[in-house]
Design a protein. Structure first.
Lengths: 277, 303
């Protein structure tokens, strides 16, 4: 019996090792490759043999990568701010006030959050052109609302619904307006939810590719994912893998740090968005 | 009017006031572009001449001329991309659900270093899709890729596999599974942690085999959460674009509906024709969602 326990224990840890290896190795290998230059890149190594930061320098020197990073930051922060602002008030109405058509509205919002982005691509393209926002970061901010807004509204609504009724009733008795209730009573309690949804919206905007690829034209207006995807060498056969890996590591490290720091929050945010959905 | 009634009316008015900005934005970014896309699908609009649209009825969908049938519905490439999308969705979602379940069960057990393993599992999820596609296309490189190297040194294959020329669909599936299994695992884990402990204690006392406990107790109890997780993943897979486009471009072997649509819209400048394809895509996905929800009897708790 004891031997069998030992064997299952060993098997269990083997499984854990396989899981960890498959999860971590690709990114580890990207870091490894980003530090290699020249022919060393084309040799398969499993351990770091040199620390060469040439690729990192080259990404900033030969490409407008700093501009791309700054574009991504601007777009992502604007998207977070705008969608949270719009979602807080909307979530208050959906979570705390009984009115006709509420369920239908919630279902519509859920429907929009499941929307295939590509299904609106041509209409969106025409609209962006019409508004004069083609090749403009504002066009990206606006179009990203289609996936961040329904999601933030949904998660904040589920969160706000669970807050105790008494808080609000006391405020109403004192004659507080709905605006005061939202900003003074609920907002202070909502920080955890706001951080979570804000973070998820940030990640979604930071990673977005299809709209960014379609609605921008010049390298100076591109966001990071598009810049990385379009990095090319002298010929299509010679992709600058070292540079691509360096750029990939730069955009990914902050995300990994954020996700690991807010691990629990993110998991609860995802489950609020999905399981309760 | 009593105070209370007045208050309710005021609150209802506030509700719409508070909803208005969000609804306006959603109308602008979702409703209008969708309707516009559907409208465009009945025109012959060219990407470079957006203002010159001519209404041509259902010609983009299907039409008959002297030289045969035309339109999206008569294009074998379109049907190939529909098939590719369905294959991609069914294969990735099944693998992801199975692996997600295994990882969730592992993380559900108490063992030393569990926190670290959980953090490690989150890493693929945290990596931007574009970056994971690029990382993998480097690792799957036919000549210099580490994957071929690893498989060969383990003796699993004798010759390098042509991941980026012959096995396009397989590569896409690998990358998608790697990237999204964490999401599945975490959702299932959250469901597992909400299960009542008593069932398990009772089963343990009765000496029921763990596998039987899994099939008879765990699986039925997490089924509702699993169904919801599956639908979210499936919807994501049905519209998959980034991973596939970055890995393989518009190559036929892995061309899904989204890729087909974008190829016609942007690369071929056929805004009208591409819109017709995207309208079909929208209805196919909506139909599949409704089918899944009614067959799987998923309860979407809207209130």
């Amino acid at each position: 019996m004891k031997a069998r326990n030992l064997a299952t224990g060993a098997l269990f840890y083997l499984l854990v090792a396989v899981i960890v290896f498959s999860a971590v190795f690709p990114f580890y290998y990207a870091i490894l490759s980003s530090m290699k230059s020249g022919t060393a890149l084309f040799r398969a190594d499993y351990f770091p043999l040199s620390w060469n930061l040439g690729n990192y320098r080259s990404v900033f020197r030969d490409q407008p990568f700093a501009t791309n990073l700054w574009n991504s930051l601007q777009v992502s922060f604007a998207v977070v701010a705008l969608s949270l602002f719009l979602a807080i008030t909307a979530a208050f109405a959906l979570a705390r006030i009984q009115f006709r058509g509420r369920t239908l509205l919630l279902l519509t919002i859920l429907g929009v959050s499941m929307f295939p982005q590509v299904a609106v691509l041509s209409g969106m393209f025409q609209m962006i052109r019409g508004l004069g926002l083609y090749n403009n970061l504002l066009g990206l901010v606006l179009s990203y609302m289609i996936f961040t807004l329904p999601f933030t509204v949904w998660v904040l609504t589920t969160f706000m619904r669970d807050l105790p009724k008494e808080l609000e009733e006391a405020a109403i008795l004192e004659g507080a307006s709905s605006w005061v209730i939202v900003t003074r009573v609920f907002m202070p309690l909502m920080w955890p939810a706001l951080v979570t949804t804000g973070l998820l919206a940030f990640i979604a905007a930071w990673n977005e590719y299809l709209f960014a690829l379609t609605f921008t034209l010049t390298n100076d207006e591109r966001t990071v994912p598009v810049a990385i995807a379009l990095m090319s060498g002298a010929s299509p056969q010679e992709l600058p893998w070292g540079n691509i890996m360096a750029a990939s590591v730069i955009v990914t490290l902050p995300l990994i740090a954020l996700v690991l720091a807010f691990q629990r929050r993110i998991v609860s945010g995802l489950t609020a968005g999905a399981v309760k959905g | 009017m009593s105070d209370r009634a007045w208050l309710t009316t005021r609150r209802k008015r506030d509700a719409w006031l508070f909803l208005a900005p969000m609804l306006v934005v959603l109308a602008v970014v979702a409703a209008w572009p969708l309707l516009r896309t559907i409208w465009l699908s009945f025109t012959d609009t060219d990407l470079l001449k957006l203002d010159q649209a001519r209404w041509i009825g259902t010609e983009n969908f299907l039409s008959h001329k002297e030289d045969g049938w035309h339109g999206v519905l008569a294009d074998p490439q379109w049907w190939r991309s529909v098939k590719n999308t369905l294959v991609f969705t069914v294969v990735t979602v099944s693998i992801e659900t199975t692996l997600g379940l295994v990882i969730a069960l592992v993380l559900h057990r108490e063992f030393r270093g569990r926190g670290l393993v959980r953090a490690a599992v989150l890493i693929p999820w945290a990596i931007p899709t574009i970056v994971s596609a690029k990382m993998w296309s480097w690792m799957l490189n036919d000549q210099f890729g580490i994957v071929n190297h690893l498989l060969m040194s383990l003796g699993l294959i004798d010759r390098p596999l042509a991941w980026t020329t012959d096995l396009l669909m397989t590569s896409v599936v690998i990358v998608d599974v790697w990237k999204t299994t964490p999401f599945m695992a975490l959702l299932i884990l959250a469901a597992l942690q909400m299960l009542p402990k008593e069932c398990y204690e009772a089963a343990q006392i009765d000496g029921v085999h763990p596998l039987k406990v899994f099939w008879r107790v765990t699986l039925p109890l997490v089924r509702p959460a699993l169904m919801v997780a599956v639908i979210f993943r499936a919807l994501d897979a049905l519209r998959a674009f980034d991973v596939i486009y970055v890995l393989n471009g518009s190559a036929e072997q892995s061309r899904t509906m989204s890729i087909y649509v974008r190829q016609h819209l942007i690369e071929f400048h056929r805004l009208g024709y591409g819109s017709a394809a995207s309208t079909l895509l929208f209805f196919i996905i909506t139909l599949l969602t409704i089918l899944y929800i009614s067959i799987g009897r998923v309860r979407l708790e809207a209130d």
